[in-house]
Write a protein that binds this ligand. Structure first.
Ligand code: FES
Length: 135
């Protein structure tokens, strides 16, 4: 444990103080090859830490969009459920699957603007009754 403490309290600060970092960004252009070799471990460590931080932030942002599908329909309910008797439905009906319709659970065409804005490809579930005797 003492070795680790010595590394973080003594060796690492001494190494960081001794890095040949220039005063300006353009000063990096004047560094010699041995200076770059001396900086390489620190630059690598910073790169690895930055990679993991960016990856973590990126993975959280990607999942943010997936957490909520329903943004406005019956938000006061614990669960949105609609039940219909098939006999009571019109001969053809389109159910919304984008959760943006003002007439939810029925499609009102809002998915078209949603798809245009987001690049998504959602559309309604269309049901139609076959009339008896037709094939
Ligand atoms: S409005 Fe939602 S699928 Fe058409």
């Amino acid at each position: 444990m003492e070795t680790i403490a010595t590394f973080f309290k003594v060796s690492l600060p001494e190494y960081l103080r001794s890095l040949p970092l220039p005063d300006t960004f353009w000063g990096f252009l004047t560094l010699a090859g041995k200076d770059w070799l001396y900086i390489l471990p620190a630059a690598g460590a910073v790169g690895v830490v930055a990679y993991f931080v960016v990856s973590k932030i990126k993975s959280q942002c990607e999942s943010c969009g997936d957490t909520i599908v329903n943004r406005s329909v019956m938000k006061d309910q614990e669960k949105v459920v609609h039940s219909y008797d098939m006999e009571d439905l019109a001969d053809s009906v389109a159910f919304c699957r984008c959760w943006r319709s003002k007439k939810f659970p029925f499609c009102d065409g809002t998915h078209n603007s949603h798809n245009k804005v987001t690049g998504d490809n959602v559309g309604p579930l269309c049901l139609s009754k076959k009339s008896k005797g037709s094939s």
